[in-house]
Design a protein around this ligand. Sequence first.
Ligand SMILES: [Zn+2]
Length: 92
Amino acid sequence: MYGAEGLTGSCKACGTTLERAAMREVRHFEETRLLEVTCGGCKRTFLAIHVDAVPIDAVNMEDVVEAAEQLSSARSLSDLFSPGDLDLPDAA
Ligand SMILES: [Zn+2]
């Protein structure tokens, strides 16, 4: 399990700050991680995409299936993010 360091925002369901959430890495591709986040308040589990050195942007439950499909079909980071979202030295 990861500590919640760097996790910002609050649970969309109960409003508990996500600083208290537990995280588990689901997938890891280069600097991008798909994290399973368990709220410390309501214990709901949802997914968040974290790019190293970029604050985590928690996604809605409705986005989970779409995100999983994107990850499973993605061949590169450019399939997942628009160029403006990428700030990698070796980005194509
Ligand atoms: Zn919650």
